[in-house]
Design a protein. Structure first.
Ligand code: ZN
Length: 86
């Protein structure tokens, strides 16, 4: 397996249901290739962070405040745009 193949198989490799032979092939390459090892490590951490983030539910009040803030911002922007040019 070379670097390109590792990149192509990466999402499958990071899947919990990865086939044993694929996992072993990628693991073998990662032990030999520092670049891929570093890259896969970074991606894996990002995936973990993303999954952790998804589990955090944004409180309803915060969401409502955010929507209100965005609506206010949008209203200001619309008013700016509706001002006719000199
Ligand atoms: Zn590599």
């Amino acid at each position: 397996m070379d670097c390109t193949e590792v990149m192509e198989q990466l999402s499958e490799y990071l899947d919990a249901d990865v086939r044993d032979e694929l996992r072993k092939a990628v693991d073998g390459h990662l032990r030999a290739c520092h670049d891929c090892s570093y890259y896969v490590d970074t991606v894996r951490k990002t995936v973990v962070l993303y999954q952790a983030d998804v589990r955090i539910e944004v409180p309803m009040k915060a969401t409502a405040r955010l929507h209100a803030a965005l609506a206010a911002e949008y209203a200001v922007e619309s008013r700016k745009r509706s001002v006719p040019p000199d």
